[in-house]
Design a protein around this ligand. Sequence first.
Ligand SMILES: Nc1ncnc2c1ncn2[C@@H]1O[C@H](COP(=O)(O)OP(=O)(O)O)[C@@H](O)[C@H]1O
Ligand SMILES: [Mg+2]
Length: 389
Amino acid sequence: MRHHPSPSSSMPACGGTGRRAARSSTWSSSPRRSLYRTVASNIPSGAVGLFDRELRYIVVDGAGVLDAAGVFKEALVGKTIGEVLPADTWALLEPLCRGALDGRTANGEVPSRGRIYFIHTLPIPGEHGEVSMGMVMALDITARKRAEEEVRRMNEDLERRVVERTAELEDAYHHLQALSAHLQSVREQEQARVAREIHDELGQALTGLKFELSRLAQRLRGHPGGVSDQATALGAVVDETIHNVRRISSELRPAILDDLGLVDALEWHAEEFEKRTGITCTVKAPRRRIEAGPDLGIALFRICQEALTNVARHADATAVRIVLARNRGHVVLEVYDNGAGIPPAVLTSAKSLGLLGMRERTRAFNGDLVIRGAPGEGTVVKVKIPCRD
Ligand SMILES: Nc1ncnc2c1ncn2[C@@H]1O[C@H](COP(=O)(O)OP(=O)(O)O)[C@@H](O)[C@H]1O
Ligand SMILES: [Mg+2]
């Protein structure tokens, strides 16, 4: 077997120029040299070099880096790496090269002359295991780094735009919420005014009419042609109309809510609901009046009204339970039914305008609304709104 002198045995780490020349000639005739050259010249945009313990190039090859650096590889041999490279590049590379001479491999990214190189340094052991040389490999990764940088910049740009758009959307959403709350309140005020006028004006006129009709019926008693009976029948129509006017007025704005408060209003509404639908409706509420304030009172009343309307329309239930409670700075309203159970899909559907209305009313008071249903086990609507004790 032919013996190929290893670079370390033929090229001692230190020595003068003459010894370096001798090393060079042995090295160039070695098959390792041709292997090395093949590898070196095939490194895409890279270079590879060996250096001695004085950090002098023993051999160096690789078109990419050397061309970019504007130096001829032949001119480098025998020179120290430090004197060839710009000072700032060398400052970064030197620890890696010295590390190799101390037996360590290392990686790093080193910028030089406007380009970026991936550097790998490693020790080259001699025959007796001592480190006589180091190897430095450099790959020009400028294009990749620029692409990475571009991707990073685009990502940042995208993120920034997402943040901006989200902020705009949130802004628009808050405006819409405020507008919705405002419209709700204007609508309630308007309904209250109409309810009052219907109740007072129309109600009083009808009561007067009823009184007059009953007096007329008395005076006409005994007259031929049944005119007294006609007057009495007219009185019954007026009675019915008075009843309808009261109902319409209450639907527009339950006066009981303003006069007696939320608990009484809910109890009254539950009674009406039970009478109208035949669904048992109970109310559990604290004895003492809940001081919810007129706006919060009407909001909770309307939410309960919508929940009961839904029970009547969709639940196919036989019983409803309304629970109103105060606990630790909150007022909580729950409406349970024992019906079919609300399907989960409708909870988020844009078509569920009734549910959306309940949610909007709750949000206007910084509250939470939770609606849950289980098939065949009913539905619960739970509203929790912060409220001073
Ligand atoms: N208590 C309930 N039990 C079963 N399904 C319900 C109940 N409440 C609401 N739903 C379902 O949720 C849907 C959306 O309700 P809502 O937004 O009030 O709209 P609407 O009452 O006009 O249909 C209803 O169409 C119904 O399918
Ligand atoms: Mg509804």
